[in-house]
Structure formats: structure tokens, C-alpha cells
Design a protein around this ligand. Structure first.
Ligand code: MLT
Length: 264
């Protein structure tokens, strides 16, 4: 792991391999470890795999009461500057990481060579969902980040993983519990405030891969197919035996889809 000074605060990231830079942006409320199988496999194939802990998650510093998706995108741009990455990157984001990737595209399109959107959505939160996030954001600092495990895990792991790989749930439970509740709360508020990007998808001009776990009930395949169809020329791939955390649940299939998309 590298430690970077990003605008006066500490950001930690994995930076592995040489070649085409791919930035892997984790989902909520996880950290860079969810991409371990991708950074290991792809960094041996002409790829520079970069996987940060977003601000407020993992080993990165906690900054701010609300962190918008745009702010996270700005952090990624600052991280690339700190790493000396000037060439266009491929940006791969899962769920919240996908919300951030769309903001990065909106602001820094010239820095993008490609986009990989995993188990995510372009729409904003419905008002009741946003209200629920604000309430949870108030509770998390008092009750701890583990509060989210009970409500989220049945929705983010596919049925196959829940049945066959309990050790994966345990590992992610530890990741969630280790996150600073203030960082988790700030991201919840930021997600609640995120803009609707559905109407912008037709303007994405870089090569795009849309990936979804076949058992994803949070951003289901039918919804992600519509998203892929709205992005000119996007490739759409369904990952078998995986839910919302497809890269973690079926890494071999996800790595193959990414390697094929990148032709590495
Ligand atoms: C995630 O996996 O990042 C979350 O499901 C995002 C969300 O809560 O919308």
C-alpha cells in the first residue's frame, strides 16, 4: 500500500504492476480489499492496478461531514496527480464506486480511456431512500458501522455466495466493522445527494463495459441492461453465481470480462 498526500490529508492505495492504469473504486461500506482478486490477476497482464481506500474508508483519513460523489471523483483526480499518472486511465467502479465513476466522467472525461461500471445505477435515490440514508447517517456514529451489516448483507451478496461461501461474508463483515463510522456517515449523506445521471449516459463517448452479477437484487441485471443500452457501444456482461459484489463473488468471470474488454 502507498500513502499519498492528497490536498493535505492521507490517502492509502494499492499500486501494482506496469502498463495501462486501471483505477478500481470500491463500493459502500467496503474498502480496497474487495478488488484483491482483480489487482492481483490484472497487474500481471500489462496493467497498473490502482485501488484506493476512498476518504473515510479503510486506512484513508476521514474528512468532512458529507462527501459527495463529485468530491470523491476530485479525490481520484488528485490521487492520480500524486501518483504521477498523466496518461488516460480506465476507471472501474462498483455500486457507489460507479456513482463516483460517472461523476469522474462528467468532470474529467479527457483523463478517461475507458469505463467499467459494475453493479451500479445512474438514477438518483428516490426521496424515501435518501431520507433513510440521512437517518442511518445519524445513527452510524452512535451505533457503529456494523449496524449496516444486517440490512445490507442479504442484499449485496448473491444467494449462491451466501449458501456456499460464508467465509466471504465474514471477511467483509470485518471490513465494514473496521471502517470509521464518521466516514461511513459522510458517504451515506453524499449518496443521498447524488444527481440523476440517467439522461447523460448517451453522452459517454469512451469504450464502456457494464458488468452485473446475475443474482444482484440491488442493481438487477434488467436495470443494468437498460443502462448499458443507453451508453453508445457499451458492452454488457452478466456474471453467473454472483450478486451485487460480483468482482468478489465470481472473480474469475469478472477478470475474464475485464481482460477481454481491455484486450490484455
Ligand atoms: C454499494 O455497494 O456501494 C451500495 O450498495 C451503494 C448504495 O447503497 O447505493
Amino acid at each position: 500500500m502507498k500513502t499519498l498526500d492528497v490536498g493535505g490529508w492521507k490517502m492509502r492505495c494499492v499500486d501494482r504492476g506496469d502498463g495501462l492504469p486501471i483505477v478500481f473504486v470500491h463500493g459502500f461500506p467496503l474498502d480496497h480489499t474487495m478488488w484483491a482478486e482483480q489487482t492481483a490477476a490484472l497487474s500481471s497482464r500489462s496493467v497498473r492496478a490502482i485501488a484506493p481506500d476512498l476518504r473515510g474508508f479503510g486506512e484513508s483519513a476521514v474528512e468532512g461531514e458529507t462527501v459527495t460523489m463529485e468530491q470523491f471523483a476530485d479525490d481520484l483526480a488528485a490521487m492520480l496527480d500524486a501518483l504521477g499518472v498523466a496518461r488516460p486511465i480506465v476507471l472501474c467502479g462498483l455500486s457507489m464506486g460507479g456513482y463516483i465513476a460517472l461523476q469522474f466522467w462528467q468532470k474529467y472525461a479527457a483523463r478517461l480511456q475507458g469505463l467499467i461500471l459494475c453493479d451500479t445505477r445512474a438514477a438518483a435515490d428516490a426521496p424515501d431512500v435518501a431520507a433513510g440514508r440521512f437517518q442511518t447517517a445519524d445513527r452510524v456514529p452512535r451505533e457503529g458501522a456494523s449496524l449496516l451489516v444486517e440490512t445490507m448483507f442479504p442484499r449485496i451478496f448473491g444467494e449462491t455466495t451466501r449458501r456456499r461461501r460464508p467465509e466471504l461474508l465474514d471477511a467483509m463483515r470485518r471490513v465494514v466493522a473496521a471502517n470509521d463510522p464518521r466516514g461511513v456517515a459522510a458517504a451515506l449523506r453524499g449518496m443521498a445527494e447524488r444527481p440523476d445521471m440517467s439522461g447523460r449516459l448517451s453522452q459517454i463517448a469512451c469504450p464502456t463495459l457494464v458488468l452485473v452479477g446475475q443474482e444482484d437484487i440491488s442493481s438487477p441485471p434488467a436495470e443494468m441492461r437498460v443502462m448499458a443500452e443507453a451508453i453508445p457501444g457499451a458492452r454488457f456482461v452478466e456474471i453467473p453465481a454472483a450478486g451485487h459484489l460480483a468482482p468478489l463473488e465470481n472473480p474469475a468471470a469478472v477478470n475474464a470480462a475485464i481482460a477481454d474488454f481491455l484486450a490484455v
